[in-house]
Write a protein that binds this ligand. Structure first.
Ligand code: 13P
Ligand code: SF4
Length: 367
């Protein structure tokens, strides 16, 4: 279900009294409920979540790590997912029927995931099959709806995260001649480029115009990139890189591969959220870094590594607004709903979609 579909449903919103509660009171209640529910409750938290939420997470990780820990957890009856909608859907697909996945705020979507809907994808596939025949393997970034994952699963493809994109793209070329990479053109382009595929061999599928953007003989196309992007990572620009190079010539620049190709090309290093965290952890004291990724994470790295000089690559960067919808009041509300037995904000992927999406996720998790 896309976040637009979610928003069409009757909204159950945070009751007002949570807004008037002090932070200390909310934290005290969260701790009490966590103690009371013990292993029946599991709170995974994505690195881009706010500190007020992440302090209560039982596991903190990137999309791949959170998918893995959710799949491994057999004890929790309630999984309160502190991340965005597609991550909670993935957790629901990977857990058993008697485990309930809850997203503390249903408005926590992902603008990138919403850039590919299943109708556009099926129409695109028909056209691409007409143009290229049965030569394409679909791959989808986990930042996509369960319906897109199911489409990919039933067509022999797999999901991908930014941590394993290189391996997954390599694997897909052992299966078919070409790939269709959904929905993030930048992760697809950056990964394929790193693997030695020339930019001239990459086409872009525009789902709004329903056209393939490509210059040259069509049989050269190796990679078809869906025209989607992350509205957070697109805010890092070549100008930001030039400014940092001019002002801090010794500073290293590291960015997430959801940034545009030209930004990645001019930076010193790039990699997934986990890769960025590892590089900063391993860096020498006194080293200086400009980081191009989500702001909650950059701020946390600044706080954690006071012996290093860390800034955001874009000085005017904001956090991911949809990730930020999950806050302490929503977390507490979700936990109190569990205690009261009310099923609020449960994420339930329908069984048929779930089964096909699992094929795509399993092909990724087994590699
Ligand atoms: P990773 O957690 O895979 O690095 O992805 C970043 C992201 O944008 C999550 O929404
Ligand atoms: Fe989606 Fe970008 Fe936010 Fe990640 S950072 S949840 S890709 S909008």
């Amino acid at each position: 279900m896309s976040i637009l579909d979610v928003l069409k449903q009757p909204a159950i919103t945070l009751p007002d009294h949570y807004r008037n509660m002090s932070k200390e009171e909310m934290e005290r209640r969260v701790i009490e409920i966590k103690d009371m529910l013990g292993e029946e409750l599991f709170i995974p938290g994505h690195h881009y979540q706010k500190d007020e939420v992440i302090q209560f997470a039982d596991a903190v990780g990137d999309s791949l790590q959170l998918a893995q820990v959710s799949a491994q957890n057999k004890k929790a009856k309630h999984i309160v997912f502190c991340g965005v909608h597609f991550m909670a859907e993935t957790a629901d697909i990977l857990t058993s029927e008697d485990q309930m996945v809850i997203l503390p705020d249903m408005r926590a979507g992902c603008s990138m995931a919403d850039m590919a809907n299943i109708h556009q994808t099926e129409r695109a596939w028909e056209e691409l099959q007409r143009l290229f025949g049965d030569t394409i393997l679909p791959l989808t970034y986990v930042n996509s709806t369960a319906a897109i994952k199911a489409f990919v699963g039933r067509n022999g493809g797999a999901t991908v995260t930014s941590s394993n994109a290189h391996n997954m793209v390599k694997w897909s070329f052992t299966q078919k001649e070409r790939i269709l990479f959904l929905p993030d053109q930048h992760l697809g382009r950056n990964t394929a480029h790193d693997l030695g595929i020339p930019l001239e061999d990459m086409a872009v599928w525009d789902p709004i115009q329903h056209t393939l953007e490509f210059e040259g003989p069509i049989d050269r196309v190796k990679v078809i990139l869906w025209k989607g992007h992350c509205s957070v990572h697109e805010n890092f620009t070549v100008k930001n890189i030039e400014d940092v190079r001019r002002t801090y010539p010794d500073m290293k620049i590291i960015v997430h591969p959801e940034c545009r190709r030209e930004v990645v090309a001019l930076s010193d290093d790039n990699g997934s959220t986990k890769y960025i965290i590892d590089q900063i952890e391993q860096a020498a004291p006194g080293s200086s870094w400009a980081i191009g990724t989500e702001m909650n994470l950059v701020n946390r790295l600044i706080q954690r590594h006071k012996d290093k000089d860390i800034i955001s690559l874009n000085p005017n960067m904001c956090p991911c607004l949809t990730m930020n919808r999950i806050d302490l009041p929503h977390l507490l509300w979700s936990l109190e709903n569990i205690v009261d037995g009310s099923k609020v904000n449960q994420i339930q992927v329908n069984p048929d979609t779930s089964q096909e999406a699992l094929l795509a996720l399993d092909r990724m998790l087994m590699r």
